[in-house]
Design a protein around this ligand. Structure first.
Ligand code: CP
Ligand code: NVA
Length: 315
């Protein structure tokens, strides 16, 4: 039998597994694919490859951008609602990984526990892409870094202020920013800070990249002199029963024009979306001239195509 020269299997489970050079490679590939797509130049790099997309939570951007993205690359996407497949009736992740590996060329999964994505990666023989867990949202942060680079022409040395809940998006921002030498300041209420293990990882990354990490309860301190102001919903998927309490706790953390004006005059506003206008951000800011939230949403498509090409083309 002929020996195969397949490169080692790679996943995107957590951005911590990627180094600065690999992040730039993805961003550069995404810019190329974006330009080609805009010019109508086809790029069927993943011709006939199949991407399974397992969802245990709702999605607009992730679902549509992955499905359209794999199609634009010449492949096809299968939407798999976790409650419609046997996974939702108790089939193990291990068996699901082994079976799906025999039909598909890659899996994108959005679910609750980060451990479930790690388990899927452990037992699958095809690339696994994390499309959001309670802990991380790596595809989002790659799109954010691409959007920041597109707007500012660099990443290193910029200051990103995140105001709000120390959630999955905050965690992946901590990792992503500190991989590329950006400074990050996070303002959240006491008791809603990012997980200490993620903060420790970010501080560790910063030792080699030069990034500074600051966690505070003061929104003004975080936003002061920031190049990017970022927020996310106060109640993430799965926390709906806490939403009344969260509305009260997070009220002082709204990104409004007064707070935003403390950032640099040319600061940009980002939000992973969906947004709750009037809660974590005012319409004035999110619909204002410095908001790039829809460019950011569009870049999900381009960066995820780059991720799929990098993970799936030689498998
Ligand atoms: N930002 C993001 O992941 O959006 P969806 O929940 O719509 O996929
Ligand atoms: N923190 C949010 C992000 C949605 C894209 C959530 O997990 O619901």
């Amino acid at each position: 039998m002929k020996a195969t020269n397949k490169p080692p299997l790679r996943h995107l489970v957590n951005l911590q597994d990627y180094d600065e050079g690999e992040i730039y490679d993805l961003i550069n590939l995404a810019f190329r694919l974006k330009e080609e797509q805009k010019k109508g130049i086809p790029h069927p790099i993943l011709s006939n490859k199949a991407l399974g997309m397992i969802f245990s939570k709702a999605s607009t951007r992730t679902r549509v951008s992955f499905e359209v993205g794999i199609h634009q690359l010449g492949g096809y996407g299968l939407f798999l609602n976790s409650s419609d497949i046997q996974l939702g009736r108790g089939e193990t992740i291990e068996d699901t990984a082994r079976v799906l590996s025999r039909y598909l060329d890659g899996i994108m999964i959005r679910t609750y526990a980060q451990e479930d994505v790690e388990e899927l990666a452990k037992y699958s023989t095809i690339p696994i892409i994390n499309g959001l867990t309670d802990m991380f949202h790596p595809c989002q942060i790659l799109a954010d870094l691409m959007t920041i680079y597109e707007s500012k022409g660099k990443l290193k040395g910029l200051k990103l202020a995140y105001v709000g809940d120390g959630n999955n998006v905050a965690h992946s921002l901590l990792i992503g920013c500190t991989k590329v030498g950006m400074n990050i300041s996070i303002a959240c209420p006491k008791g809603y800070e990012p997980h200490k293990d993620v903060v420790a990882l970010a501080i560790g990354n910063g030792k080699s990249s030069g990034s500074l990490v600051n966690i505070t309860s003061q929104p003004k301190e975080a936003v002061s002199d920031a190049d990017i102001v970022y927020t996310d919903v106060w109640t993430s998927m799965g926390q709906e029963n806490e939403s009344n309490e969260r509305l009260k706790v997070f009220a002082p953390y709204q990104v409004n024009q007064k707070l935003f004006s403390l950032a640099k005059p040319d600061a940009i506003f980002l939000h992973c979306l969906p947004a709750h206008r009037g809660e974590e951000v005012t319409s004035e800011v999110i619909d204002g001239p410095q908001s790039l939230v829809f460019e950011e949403a569009e870049n999900r498509l381009h960066i995820q195509k780059a991720v799929m090409v990098s993970l799936m083309s030689e498998q």
